[in-house]
Design a protein. Sequence first.
Length: 157
Amino acid sequence: MLKLSFGGKAPAAHHRLGKTFLFAGLSRRQLKIVDALLHDRHYLSGEVVFDLGEEGQALYILLAGRMAVLHPAQGERPVAELGPGDFFGEMALLDEMPRSAQVRALEDSHVAVLFRGDFEKLMESHAELASRIAMQLARYLGNRLRQMLVQRPTSSA
């Protein structure tokens, strides 16, 4: 069951977000600005965060717990397991394409959610900050693409 909680964010923004690659290099002030846009969500073990094919509307930052990224082609074997500091659903900030996988909590988990609309507002109100986050996202996606190409089996002619 999904539990919602707003406000009263106990940990300081720099502790909560500073360990996430996406926000690396941001000042405490910038982290506070981002943190004010985030929505806290709690998921119980086994609960689905989003399903394959759903419209992507947000990026999720895993603050506590563990999540599995699942795809039908892999059966119940996770494509990836995520832990605190990891983020997922990042493509939703860039496009309106359906989700390419399911994400499910492996244990009780706490995430901070950045909705696309809030990121767009950040681009309007704090363009430099939003561009720094977008650059980190581009670096992350570039690294992931390079890793996929390295792991890809080569075909023999």
